[in-house]
Design a protein around this ligand. Sequence first.
Ligand SMILES: [Zn+2]
Length: 171
Amino acid sequence: MSVKIKHFPGEEIETRDFREGRVLFESFRPKARYAWSAGIAISRFLEELKNGRILASTCSKCGRIMVPPRIYCEKCFKPTDGWTYVKDTGVINTFSVSFIASDASRLKEPIVVAVIELDGASEGMGIVHLIDEYGDWRELKIGMRVQAVWKPPEERTGAITDIKYFKPVRE
Ligand SMILES: [Zn+2]
């Protein structure tokens, strides 16, 4: 035979009881402040985007030109030791066509995100960005040449969005 508990011992409390001071409690606002650094290489990279230039770092040992720049060559296990600029043109290394918006709603016109290998950077170095002005997305191809479309200088803030998107270059 089972016993059903109809009333638990103790007092039930509600939010109101806290507000009205009927329950002993402690309250405080933590002064938690956070700062996040982009690091040496990415900070310089973002600063240069404001000037409409794409910065890469170089390794004198293996000769690689890395973009986005990093301060450490993971191939040679040594710090990178130079800087250079790469072009704002390149080729699509891979891409994704999405008909789902960030709020999970369905889109009529897709968002296209690609990895772009920039001219002047070593093979396999790519940045992720949007592709637009492509016409029909079914005509997008790996290896297609693209070019950056920049925001006007006065609107740039030192963010990757200083480049609005990359557009196919019709050759
Ligand atoms: Zn290296």
